[in-house]
Design a binder for this molecule. Structure first.
Ligand SMILES: *[C@@H]1O[C@H](CO)[C@@H](O)[C@H](O)[C@H]1NC(C)=O
Length: 215
């Protein structure tokens, strides 16, 4: 019995760890004091007496991002880098603009779950679960529709329409991070050996070299 409850306790700890997001704050706020000589998980706190409303403020999300790029999309992030007051709060925001047929390419947020609302246009979105299932959950979203991309899973949004599209995404981290799959795999610096990628993707090296040349 004792060993059984010990196992349960271990299991409970494991589960608690697995669903943990950013650590919860131990004070009302901890406005980021970006002192390069102080290294903590997040940022050190600014003196609360010196904190002002501007530390919790950002302006400019009404402006569309520049989608004149190969993917036809632009992400305007509003995280702890833009709002120092988000330090330790476990939350952030992003505006995403899509040109007609624009794509926010397959990517991962290693530290946050995302909840996305379509403000304008029509998006085909999806995410893929981890091994071994690798199941795709996808949906076509219209204005006002909301979709969730669970933490750490590969996901994308594609503008199906001939009009531009706009979405607003909230993320459960002050600094969710982004790993764009194609850039990380084919555009790393220095590049991953084409021996490795040819074997991983089961194609010849010329195909890998051609893809790497795009990044
Ligand atoms: C948008 O980006 C393109 C490509 O980088 C650039 O040529 C263009 O001037 C930018 N447009 C604006 C309005 O900044």
């Amino acid at each position: 019995m004792a060993s059984q409850s010990f196992l349960l306790a271990i299991l409970a700890l494991t589960v608690a760890h697995a669903i943990a997001s950013d650590p919860s704050q131990l004070q009302d706020f901890c406005v980021a004091e970006k002192m390069p000589q102080v290294l903590v998980n997040g940022f050190a706190c600014k003196d609360p007496k010196a904190v002002v409303a501007e530390d919790f403020f950002f302006s400019g999300l009404h402006m569309a991002g520049n989608t004149s790029n190969k993917q036809g999309s632009a992400v305007t992030a509003v995280n702890v880098a833009q709002i120092a007051g988000l330090n330790t709060m476990g939350i952030s925001l992003a505006r995403i603009d899509y040109a007609p047929y624009g794509l926010n390419p397959p990517h991962i947020h290693p530290r946050g779950t995302e909840i996305l609302t379509v403000l304008e246009g029509c998006l085909y979105v999806g995410f893929v679960t981890s091994n071994p299932e690798n199941k795709l959950f996808s949906k076509v979203l219209n204005k006002g529709d909301v979709f969730v991309f669970p933490q750490g899973l590969i996901h994308f949004q594609f503008n199906y329409g001939t009009n531009k599209a706009v979405a607003l995404a909230a993320l459960s981290s002050q600094n969710p991070g982004v790993i764009t799959v194609a850039n990380a795999v084919f555009g790393s610096e220095p590049s991953i050996s084409d021996d490795v990628l040819a074997k991983a993707f089961q194609v010849d090296k010329n195909t890998i070299d051609r893809i790497q040349a795009q990044f």
